[in-house]
Design a protein. Structure first.
Length: 312
């Protein structure tokens, strides 16, 4: 890993001090998903339980010289059954994280959010990218760019709290959230600016906790101090944000992919709000990005264990 990936290297290094997280890897039936899980196991990030058609998994391993010696495989006939079985392993306490293999995201998330047998909590499920952007000082959390299409104000409360909790799990010294819109003033004709103002007031009233939050902010004055100074924005977040809450999935998806394809950023992905963290990788992800996603999940799982002890 070169200097460009220093933020991800730091995340992976932090995980060396914690035990591997038992992780149900769902339907790892292609080279990239199986290799990512086994490489994460070699680094001690996860203790994988491979859930899927055992014969197919072994064939992929043999074809790509992937050593599965000592790796537990739970046989499931197809992707939907594998998702259901993986969720059951979590419910039984055998796994503390889920990792997406070569199945559709909808198949995995369908099993996760099922009312009777899934992994729902009081929180809404949401996705965070943890982005390593060259030239930007901090790891940058972007939410939600993958799960919630057009979240309501009520849903944004959970999306925001999930992201704040992630910032703490990643040991951010100070979580600074910019609620993004196209402008930094409240305009009744632009609903995202009104919702940003409402979220900030909810922070003031301690309905949302654990972070400095400001908005609406445009992207430039959220991440660039000079832009914030020019606009004369007096804010502890402006120009220094390490969490970006986007108005909707379209905006978040375009922002994350712009950073990836135009700025050379890497995007580790995690789903929060369920009973356990869910590593939601893309087929296009590099091994490094998959490892970083596993590291993020391991740190979230550690934070959950510590919170459970505190609640006692």
């Amino acid at each position: 890993m070169d200097a460009k990936h220093a933020k991800y290297r730091h995340l992976i290094d932090v995980c060396k001090s914690i035990p591997p997280t038992p992780t149900a890897v769902v339907h790892p039936c292609d080279h990239s998903s199986l290799e990512g899980a086994i490489e994460a196991a070699k680094l001690g990030l996860i203790a994988p339980i491979l859930v899927g058609p055992a014969e197919r998994i072994n064939k992929v391993a043999a074809a790509n010289n992937i050593d599965l010696t000592g790796v537990h495989i739970v046989d499931a006939p197809h992707s939907v059954a594998a998702a259901a079985m993986a969720v059951q392993l979590v419910r039984e306490g055998q796994a503390e994280a889920l990792m997406k293999g070569s199945l559709h995201t909808d198949e995995l998330m369908g099993a996760v959010i099922r009312r009777d047998t899934g992994l729902r909590t009081a929180r809404r499920v949401s996705h965070c990218f943890v982005m390593d952007v060259p030239g930007y000082e901090h790891a940058l959390i972007i939410t939600d760019a993958a799960v919630n299409i057009a979240p309501t104000l009520e849903e944004k409360v959970d999306i925001l709290q999930n992201a704040i909790d992630l910032g703490h799990a990643l040991n951010m010294q100070e979580v600074r959230v910019a609620i993004l819109s196209a402008m930094e003033t409240v305009n009744p004709k632009v609903p995202s600016t009104v919702e940003a103002a409402a979220l900030c007031k909810m922070v003031d009233r301690h309905q949302i906790t654990g972070a400095l939050v400001d908005g609406p902010l445009a992207l430039d004055n959220a991440i660039d101090l000079e832009a914030a100074k020019i606009k004369q924005i007096d804010s502890p977040v402006a120009g220094r944000a390490n969490v970006l809450l986007v108005p909707d999935l379209e905006a978040g998806n375009m922002l994350a992919k712009s950073l990836s394809f135009l700025a050379g950023a890497d995007a580790a992905g995690i789903v929060l709000g369920a009973r356990v963290p869910i590593i939601l990788t893309s087929r296009a992800d590099s091994i490094l990005t998959r490892l970083a996603s596993c590291a993020v999940a391991a740190l979230v799982a550690k934070a959950r264990r510590e919170n459970a002890k505190l609640l006692g």
